[in-house]
Design a protein around this ligand. Structure first.
Ligand code: C2E
Ligand code: CA
Ligand code: CA
Ligand code: CA
Length: 274
């Protein structure tokens, strides 16, 4: 499943059709989750490799359903995406993350960027710009403190439209990162034209960098490529000291992973900021 990538539709649809009843039940619970206040965000630290300092956070969605308990994003995000519910949920995520970032800053934290995952459906909608601008305006967050993570697969699906949207987002002053880099079909030709700031090397490569020479070579190549294109490069899913050392020695800029901190509740992240 590694090569398929976790955002692959066909993969999840096939898996889920095995249990259509369960899927329908989850869909109806998902429809009510927003009104019932069942969502919350966790925040995972992003760390600068050279200095070891905290340089940002990624907001990750969590769902605690009353009778079913915590349901992992890998199970409900694909369903939210397929059903279109992700548009409304994604807007909630965006606004909540912006609000939280402002709250941390008001409490005295330095203005670190907060990263929000944008689903394919959100990126392809015509009102995305308005939604983002509105969230920034309503919460008072500086656009420079917002970063959007977008998978390469969705960009490649409609390159011209994505380019247009990304340019407009950049004009607002927002940072843009390509998520899960290496798992999709990116064309180097387009990568050059994309107004992005960062590449995030997918965890599937990082997890084997110290044991699999191919993954080590791919990771080194992505780091070089990013730097040639003047992009920062972030490695996700760093779990061990050995992976950390490899990335440091090979010039990776930022890291994220259990080795530095798991996604955590906002109170715990505030403690890190202090
Ligand atoms: P992602 O954007 O690639 O997020 C990174 C995932 O890797 C997160 O899983 C995070 O908890 C996990 N992770 C981070 N460090 C490590 C590590 O060292 N080891 C391991 N094993 N895992 C690590 P999570 O929170 O379960 O989210 C899974 C995916 O669900 C995300 O992948 C993203 O595609 C999606 N997702 C999560 N929140 C949102 C959201 O608000 N909106 C959208 N559209 N998608 C979201
Ligand atoms: Ca992400
Ligand atoms: Ca990823
Ligand atoms: Ca491998």
């Amino acid at each position: 499943a590694k090569e398929l990538g976790r955002n692959n539709f066909a993969f999840f649809s096939a898996e889920m059709s095995v249990n259509a009843t369960e899927r329908l039940g989850m869909l109806s619970r998902l429809r009510n989750a927003l009104q019932r206040n069942e969502f919350l965000l966790h925040y995972q630290p992003k760390v600068c490799l050279k200095t070891g300092r905290l340089v940002g956070a990624e907001a990750l969605l969590r769902w605690h359903n009353g009778s079913h308990g915590p349901i992992p994003p890998g199970r409900f995000i694909p369903l939210a995406e397929e059903s279109g519910l992700i548009v409304e949920i994604g807007e909630w995520v965006l606004r909540s993350a912006c609000r939280q970032a402002v709250a941390w800053q008001r409490a005295g934290a330095p203005p670190l960027p907060i990263a929000v995952n944008l689903s394919p459906r959100q990126l392809l909608r015509d009102d995305l710009l308005d939604v983002v601008e509105q969230a920034l305006r309503d919460t008072g967050l500086d656009p420079a403190c917002l970063e959007l993570e977008i998978t390469e697969t969705v960009i490649m699906r409609d390159v011209e439209k994505s380019l247009h949207t990304l340019h407009r987002l950049k004009q607002l002053g927002i940072g843009i990162a390509i998520d899960d880099f290496g798992t999709g079909y990116s064309s180097l030709n387009y990568l050059k034209r994309l107004p992005v700031d960062k590449l995030k090397i997918d965890r599937s490569f990082v997890s084997d960098i110290t044991t699999d020479p191919d993954d080590a070579a791919i990771t080194r190549a992505v780091i070089s490529l990013a730097h040639i294109l003047n992009l920062k490069v972030v490695a996700e899913g760093v779990e061990t000291e050995a992976q950390h050392r490899f990335l440091l020695e090979n010039g990776c800029d930022e890291v994220q992973g259990y080795y530095f901190g798991k996604p955590m509740a906002h109170q715990d992240f505030a403690a890190l900021l202090a």
